[in-house]
Design a protein around this ligand. Structure first.
Ligand SMILES: [Zn+2]
Length: 111
């Protein structure tokens, strides 16, 4: 028996939990077929065009942030998306301790 529409791509395992119980989840906005893991719910494509950001690039972003380079400038230089960069910066600020210390004495206003 032959099916009318053969499977164009085999179903890959989940990239997050490596489970093989994966179902087709329709195309994404770019038309690439997506899959959903039944175990953890992760939605993914079979062959992503861009992988995760490497630690080297994250270190470069941290250096540029330390030099007080603007977020748009960092995005332009590194080629990272501004939305990814904003999320990364939010995480960096979450883990950065901030202790302003006691309030300074203010001088009374002159009349
Ligand atoms: Zn999974």
């Amino acid at each position: 028996m032959t099916t009318a529409t053969p499977d164009p791509t085999p179903v890959p395992p989940c990239p997050r939990c490596a489970a093989t119980h994966v179902v087709r989840n329709g195309p994404n906005s770019a038309g690439t077929p997506t899959f959903r893991c039944r175990a953890c719910g992760r939605r993914f494509v079979a062959a992503p065009r861009k992988g995760p950001v490497t630690d080297d690039r994250k270190a470069l972003v941290r250096k540029l942030l330390h030099e007080r380079v603007g977020l748009r400038a960092i995005a332009r230089v590194t080629g990272l998306s501004r939305s990814w960069l904003q999320g990364f910066v939010n995480g960096v600020y979450e883990e950065t301790p901030w202790d302003p210390g006691p309030l300074k004495k203010t001088t009374p206003a002159r009349s």
